[in-house]
Design a protein around this ligand. Structure first.
Ligand code: ADP
Ligand code: MG
Length: 444
C-alpha cells in the first residue's frame, strides 16, 4: 500500500504536537520518541526510558491520541507508550522492516467475507464488489456510499482495499479519510512547492483512491480545490474513486457545487439501518468471530432489543461473551437480559431531556435557550418539536413533564408536536436524516 506508513504518521503527530507545545517541553518529552509497532488498533511508540514514556502518556496522551486518530482517519486507534532502558538508538532497521510489511490502516476483518449483505445495504455492497472485481472497468465511477453512523461504510470501503490488495489488481492505491487528506494538503503547503508537487504526483499514480468520510471536506475550501483537481486527474484517466459520507452529496455543506455534481455523476448508494433478519445474520457472524456459543433465543433477544446500529450490536456481543468468559458460565437468556439491560442502561443515563435537547440544538445550529424558549419561527420551532419527539421516543418521560421542560407547555402541545414531526419525517428526507443522526449519536 502506498499509504503513509506508521513512521510518517507518528512524524505527523509529532509535527502537530510541536506546534502546540513550548519548544522545551517538546524537546524534553517528545522529540526522542519513535514509532515501534502497530497491531490491530494499538499504536505503540517508544520513548528513551520508562519515566519519559509515563510522563508523556500522562500529560500528552490524550492530545497525541486524538491527533493520531485524526491524522490516520482511524478513530479506534489507541496510543501505547513504552520506555526502553536497555536498547538505545540502533533499532531502526528492524522497525523499518516491520512497518513496510504491516498494512497500516486497514482493519484486518473489514473484508467482503465478513460483511453481511441484505436489503438495507444491497446497492452499496453490490457497487463496492463490482468496483473491486472490475477495477478500472467498472461503470460506477465514482462510487459514493453514504449512511448513518456504524452502518458499515468504513467496513465496505476497506473491503475494496483488501480485495485489490489480495488479488493484486491495483498497482497503487490509497485508502485514507478526508481528514487525513486535509492534513496532507496542509503539510504539503507548509513545506513548500516541492512538497506540493510531490504530494500531487503521488495521487496521479494511483489506480484506485478510497476516501472515507468525505463529509469532513465541508468548510475546507483550500482542500476542496485540491481534492477537485486530484479527483479530475484520476477520473479523466479512468482511475477508480470510492467515497463514503454520512450524508448524500447535496447535503454536505458548504461544498463546492462542482464537487457535488462530480460526486453525483457515478453511483450514489445509501446504507440504511438493518432490519431484524439482517441484524440476526450480523449477530451470528459476530458471535462466530468471538468463538462463543449464543443460543438462538439470546440471538433473537439481542436482535429485537438493539436496533440503532451495527456497532452497538457488536458491543452487545462483546459484553455478553466477556461476561460468560469471566463467570465461566454459558450464555443464556437470563444472562443476556441482565447484561444487555446494563449495557443499554449505561446509555440511558445519557438520555435526559437536557442532553437530548442540547444535541438537537447543536444539530440545527441554534442555542439550547432558543430551543427551550418561546420563539415561534420555523427555524426554532421545528428543532423544538424534534427534541420533544426524541425525548418521548427515547425516554419514558410523560408528555406533561416534557411540556414543563419546554417552558411550561401543556401535554397536548407536546402531543401535537410529536405527531407533526412524524408526519414531516415522512415527507422530508433531510429532516428525517437529521432526526436519525441525533438518535444515533444518543444511542451509540
Ligand atoms: P461506519 O463507517 O458506517 O460508521 P463501520 O464500517 O465502522 O461503520 O461499521 C461499524 C461496525 O459494524 C464495524 O465493526 C463493522 O464491521 C460492523 N458492520 C457494519 N455493517 C456490517 C455488516 N453489514 N456486516 C458485518 N459487519 C458490519
Ligand atoms: Mg466510518
Amino acid at each position: 500500500m502506498s499509504d503513509l506508513d506508521p513512521e510518517s504518521l507518528w512524524g505527523d503527530v509529532l509535527h502537530s504536537a510541536r506546534e502546540n507545545l513550548s519548544p522545551s517541553s517538546y524537546r524534553t518529552w517528545l522529540a526522542d520518541s519513535s514509532f515501534e509497532a502497530f497491531d490491530d488498533s494499538r499504536f505503540v511508540v517508544r520513548f528513551p526510558n520508562e519515566f519519559v514514556a509515563r510522563w508523556a502518556k500522562a500529560h500528552y496522551g490524550e492530545v497525541l491520541e486524538e491527533s493520531l486518530r485524526s491524522c490516520s482517519g482511524r478513530s479506534d486507534l489507541s496510543l501505547v507508550c513504552v520506555g526502553d532502558p536497555a536498547r538505545p538508538k540502533d533499532r531502526a532497521p528492524t522497525r523499518r522492516k516491520r512497518s513496510r510489511n504491516s498494512n497500516s490502516y486497514l482493519h484486518p476483518s473489514y473484508t467482503f467475507d465478513n460483511f453481511v449483505a441484505g436489503s438495507s445495504n444491497e446497492l452499496a455492497h453490490a457497487g463496492a464488489l463490482a468496483v473491486a472485481q472490475e477495477l478500472g472497468n467498472s461503470s460506477y465511477n465514482p462510487l459514493f456510499i453514504y449512511g448513518g453512523v456504524g452502518l458499515g461504510k468504513t467496513h465496505l470501503i476497506q473491503a475494496v482495499a483488501h480485495y485489490v490488495q489480495q488479488n493484486q489488481t491495483a498497482k497503487t492505491f490509497k485508502y485514507l479519510s478526508s481528514e487525513q487528506f486535509t492534513h496532507q494538503v496542509v503539510s504539503a503547503i507548509r513545506n513548500g512547492p516541492a512538497s506540493v508537487t510531490d504530494f500531487r504526483s503521488q495521487y496521479m499514480k494511483l489506480d484506485l483512491l478510497l476516501m472515507d468520510d468525505i463529509q469532513f471536506l465541508a468548510n475546507k475550501e483550500r482542500t476542496q480545490v485540491e481534492f477537485f483537481h486530484r479527483f479530475n486527474e484520476l477520473y479523466q484517466n479512468g482511475r477508480q474513486i470510492v467515497l463514503t459520507s454520512d450524508r448524500p452529496p447535496n447535503e454536505i455543506k458548504p461544498l463546492e457545487e462542482r464537487l457535488v455534481s462530480r460526486f453525483e455523476s457515478g453511483l450514489v448508494a445509501d446504507i440504511q439501518p438493518p432490519e431484524f433478519e439482517m441484524r440476526l445474520a450480523i449477530l451470528e457472524l459476530k458471535v462466530r468471530d468471538e468463538g462463543v456459543y449464543f443460543p438462538s433465543d439470546v440471538l433473537s433477544f439481542i436482535a429485537s432489543t438493539i436496533k440503532s446500529n451495527v456497532r452497538q450490536l457488536e458491543g452487545a456481543v462483546h459484553r455478553l461473551a466477556a461476561t460468560s468468559r469471566i463467570t465461566g458460565r454459558d450464555v443464556n437468556i437470563e444472562m443476556a437480559r441482565k447484561v444487555i439491560s446494563d449495557f443499554l442502561g449505561s446509555q440511558a443515563r445519557r438520555l435526559t431531556p437536557g442532553s437530548i435537547s442540547s444535541l438537537v440544538a447543536e444539530e440545527f445550529s441554534i442555542s439550547p435557550t432558543q430551543l427551550k424558549g418561546k420563539g415561534r419561527k420555523r427555524d426554532v420551532l421545528i428543532p423544538r418539536q424534534v427534541a420533544m419527539f426524541l425525548i418521548r421516543d427515547l425516554t419514558s418521560i410523560s408528555l406533561s413533564d416534557i411540556g414543563s421542560f419546554f417552558s411550561g407547555r401543556d401535554h397536548s402541545t407536546v402531543l401535537n408536536s410529536i405527531e407533526r414531526i412524524k408526519q414531516l419525517c415522512e415527507e422530508d428526507s433531510g429532516l428525517r436524516r437529521k432526526v436519525e443522526e441525533v438518535r444515533n449519536r444518543l444511542t451509540r
